[in-house]
Design a protein around this ligand. Structure first.
Ligand code: AMP
Ligand code: MG
Length: 488
């Protein structure tokens, strides 16, 4: 096996060079005793990295930022952001670093980024570190989202640092090595805009066009085309969250990407019993980021992006505002179409069925699911059997049998395809109780439950013998009262 030493991993410094105003050269804090907990071998291979050499001592030191390849210039990125609606002009990487950009075998650029790598000038009173549990949570959930077919940042590895971090108690520290198509966020644009430097804003927008939305480059108004592309990407992304029952938990503008990838898996969780008011995050006491509010929140965040881009839309402010308002109107139809298309697939219905009919049928179903406190994931998977003639697994989830029967009659009349449904309705999602179980065990040194959970959720559509408990809803105490913690 060839083992190219990690020092030969080639990392670009394009962000640092082209946007120095937003890039603070910085180093990771040395890890006293780095130990690799989990390495994503398929992802490493996709990126053209050699998994064996990443497992070596030098590879692990690269994954915590101790050994940086020649030519790389790690930086803490500056960004601003609205957190729970309140604007903070200076957030930035308070416990993270962009090591640099990897070029994949396909020529695509990917950020190699570390989370938990130590304090930076953006730490604002935080310690700059992260604990094993939350970094493994991001690993599990982002890889599950990827397997579900949703655009997301990826987790390359989690390395325990050997340094305790102090939260309510002392916890083992860790660094997550993350891959993203970039770390450009709505908050990056808010930062650039707030400097008043329109040239910086333009360079940032040009980078976003080149890296994520290259078709915008040939439009008459390229910055408007960039904005419309971000609106479309985020509309599609959040529709996917809603279809799979994902609750991000902290949809601040600094956690909203320009690429349309889900980023920053903090107090996130999957909804079990259908209820739009579901909130799991302990820091979201007002329910701003509850399940059913996510489309409205992303629209709000996109309005903040439009405000930041105003000087690029048109010279005259009034005209720029008109352009922005008009462009944001594109969000709702795009979101509605993406959601309806996804629902059509979940219900096994033909593509020709129009959005209005799909949405009416789906809304009636969701009302029944909510009234019956039915588990979202279990139901949609069971409904595939109903399409094949065995209604019991889905029907038995309801107390209101007549309500379900009446709905199912309308649905069956449309000739649903059960096998097609099985390809889009997962058996396995990272259920909250299983995630907690795996993280608790890993924190105590036992990685086996984590491995089993990953086995289930990285092939979510393939039902397998022996994994029954990974398909079952949580016990009562993990239901509506369950809370996730930010884990900062
Ligand atoms: P997040 O909730 O991970 O998206 O982080 C929001 C902001 O808080 C970012 O600016 C982070 O860098 C910062 N932050 C979160 N946790 C810490 C920490 N332990 N130390 C320093 N900064 C942090
Ligand atoms: Mg963040």
């Amino acid at each position: 096996m060839t083992t190219a030493p990690p020092s030969t991993v080639s990392l670009g410094d394009r962000f640092a060079r082209e946007l120095p105003e937003m890039a603070l050269p910085w180093q990771a804090e040395e890890a006293p005793d780095p130990r690799l907990l989990v390495l994503n071998e398929p992802l490493a291979a996709e990126l053209g990295l050699d998994p064996d050499s990443l497992r070596s001592g030098e590879g692990v030191r690269l994954l915590v930022g101790d050994a940086v390849p020649d030519g790389a210039h790690p930086v803490a990125q500056a960004y601003a952001g609205h957190q729970f609606g309140g604007y903070n002009p200076r957030l930035g990487d308070g416990r993270a670093l962009l090591l640099g950009e990897l070029t994949g075998p396909d020529g695509q650029l990917h950020d190699l980024h570390l989370k938990g790598s130590g304090p930076t000038p953006f730490s604002r009173g935080g310690d700059g570190f992260a604990a094993v549990g939350p970094m493994l949570r991001e690993y599990v959930i982002s890889e599950a989202m990827h397997a579900l077919g949703s655009p997301t940042t990826r987790a390359l590895a989690v390395v325990a640092t050997g340094r305790p971090v102090y939260r309510e108690t002392a916890l083992p520290g860790a660094v997550l090595a993350r891959i993203a198509s970039s770390h450009l966020r709505v908050g990056s644009f808010q930062f650039a805009r707030s400097t008043g430097d329109v040239d910086l804003l333009r360079r940032l927008a040009d980078m976003a066009i080149e890296r994520h939305h290259p078709a915008a480059a040939s439009a008459d108004n390229r910055y408007l085309a960039l904005y419309e592309a971000v609106v479309a990407a985020q509309a599609s992304l959040v529709a996917q969250w809603m279809l799979v029952g994902f609750i991000h938990g902290v949809m601040n503008t600094d956690n909203t990407t320009i690429s349309g990838e889900t980023i920053d898996y903090g107090p996130c969780a999957f909804m079990e019993a259908v209820d739009p008011d579901t909130v799991y995050s302990s820091i979201d006491s007002g329910g701003r980021y509850r399940f059913g509010n996510q489309p409205l929140v992303i629209e709000w965040n996109l309005a903040r992006l439009a405000e930041a881009l105003l000087p690029l839309f048109a010279d005259e402010q009034e005209r720029a505002v008109e352009i922005a308002v008009e462009a944001l109107k594109g969000f709702r139809p795009r979101y509605g179409a993406a959601w309806a298309a996804g629902m059509r697939a979940k219900l096994g219905l033909p593509e020709g069925l129009d959005d209005e009919a799909t949405t009416a049928l789906a809304d009636d179903l969701l009302a029944l699911l909510q009234a019956g406190h039915v588990d979202h994931t279990t139901f949609f998977r069971a409904l595939g059997s109903a399409a094949r003639g065995d209604a019991d697994p889905a029907r038995n989830l309801f107390l209101d049998l007549a309500g379900f029967d009446a709905w199912a009659q309308r649905w069956r009349a449309l000739a649903p395809d059960g096998d097609a449904m099985d390809r889009v309705n997962p058996v396995y999602i990272p259920r909250n109780h299983l995630v907690e179980e795996a993280l608790d065990a890993a924190t105590a040194g036992d990685l086996e439950p984590l491995g089993r959970l990953l086995t289930a959720v990285t092939r979510p559509f393939e039902q397998r013998e022996g994994l029954e408990r990974y398909a079952a809803p949580a016990p009562e105490e993990f239901g509506a009262a369950y809370r996730t913690f930010c884990g900062t």
